[in-house]
Design a protein around this ligand. Structure first.
Ligand SMILES: N[C@@H](CCC(=O)N[C@@H](CS)C(=O)NCC(=O)O)C(=O)O
Length: 377
């Protein structure tokens, strides 16, 4: 049976767990404290991040996006959208994994009175469950310190927090309106847009004490979507007797178009600034051969240095994430592979969302992952 190494409070694990459940793919979930993780998985993947999936033939992959890529070839029966909607699902997956990380991290770490004991306990139970409740707080504190240190490099500051909150609350309202009509982002079947969004919207924003209350009170249909995305049923009571199909890109409903527009508004500036940082990096590293890791130090998700981009009425100043360009490359590849008619549909959708330029983005070099680390293709 497939093994998923991860935990409930892990953003990226939530994405993969939901994919397996929704598509009736049997799996067993384990934490990193399992002896097989330490003895066999970590030495093989050479990357301490979760999730890691060990497939039944022994192949192991770290990175939720890379795992879904592999799953698409291993489980061809799982329906996936085509044409313009394929471009959209991969764009929204990239948006969820990077841009929504700000809201996920802010709402987890900046409300310690409500969240801190819960999340420290969660971390403690991951690494020291067998040692019993008295051991958990101390074990959890060590991880909590490391995770909360990610906030400044993500650009989460007193200046940007009002913008991060405003943008997140807009998304919640738009999703809530969409789920009145459809069970999933692209209609009546889940896609990588949903799996991607499940990372931040379940593990942090739909589960930590402070933000889950916001979701329940302001966007109850989003809370229901989170439940639905973690359940194996194909059909749910609110939308009975509906065929599990995606809507047609040409007739994409206004509620969906509004979600795409919000994602573009939040994320396009970061993508463009990161692509520019990559171009500067590539010019300075023109001798990097194909197959070389991006990071000389062997970092799996390196940065091309600081960037700045607008969000609402603020400027966010994070360290750029090279990894997000690899994720965006998925959407660009889908666009390049589309027919002329599908390209026109994708352009129409992104143009209406204010993001037509994204489809013309040229990355300085092609990116790939080698040994679970970002590399030059
Ligand atoms: N792009 C990776 C990100 C994985 C990731 O950052 N996972 C977190 C937990 S949600 C982690 O393992 N962090 C450990 C660390 O940063 O040291 C993926 O999609 O799997």
């Amino acid at each position: 049976m497939i093994k998923l190494y991860g935990v409930q409070c892990s953003l990226y694990t939530g994405k993969v767990r939901s994919y397996f459940r929704k598509n009736a793919i049997p799996f067993a979930e384990r934490t990193q404290s399992h002896p097989h993780y330490r003895n066999a998985v970590l030495p093989a993947v050479k990357n301490r991040r979760i999730p890691v999936v060990e497939f039944d033939d022994g192949a192991m992959v770290q990175d939720s996006t890379a795992i879904l890529d592999v799953c698409e070839t291993r489980f061809p029966h799982v329906a996936k959208p085509t044409g313009a909607l394929r471009v959209v699902e991969l764009f929204l997956e990239a948006y969820a994994e990077r841009s929504l990380l700000k809201a996920a991290m802010h709402y987890r770490w900046n409300f310690p009175e409500e969240n801190r004991a819960f999340i420290v306990g969660e971390f403690g139970r991951i690494i020291a469950f067998a040692n019993g409740p008295t051991a958990w707080p101390q074990a959890g504190e060590a991880i909590a310190g490391r995770m909360s240190a990610y906030l400044p490099p993500l650009g989460i500051t007193a200046h940007s927090i009002p913008a991060i909150e405003a943008s997140y609350l807009k998304l919640l309202a738009l999703l809530n309106a969409h789920f009145v009509l459809y069970p999933y982002i692209l209609g009546d079947a889940p896609s990588r847009a949903d799996y991607g969004l499940m990372g931040p919207l379940y593990a942090h924003l739909g589960r930590d004490p402070y933000p889950v209350r916001i979701m329940q009170q302001k966007a109850p249909l989003v809370f229901r979507w989170v439940e639905r995305m973690n359940a194996p049923e194909g059909e749910t009571p609110e939308y009975p007797d509906r065929a599990p199909a995606f809507f047609d890109a040409a007739n994409a409903p206004p509620t969906f178009r509004a979600i795409l527009k919000q994602a573009v508004a939040e994320y396009a500036g970061e993508v463009e600034a990161t692509a520019q940082a990559f171009a500067r990096w590539a010019a300075a590293h023109a001798d990097k051969p194909s197959g070389a890791l991006v990071s000389d130090k062997g970092d799996d998700q390196p940065s091309f240095g600081p960037i700045a981009y607008p969000l609402e009425n603020a400027t966010v100043q994070p360290y750029s994430s090279a990894h997000t360009l690899w994720a965006i490359q998925h959407a660009l590849d889908a666009y390049a592979a589309a027919s002329a008619a599908e390209k026109a549909q994708a352009r129409a959708l992104f143009a209406e969302a204010g993001g037509e330029n994204l489809l013309d983005l040229k990355l300085a070099r092609r990116l790939t992952r080698i040994d679970n680390k970002l590399a030059i293709a």
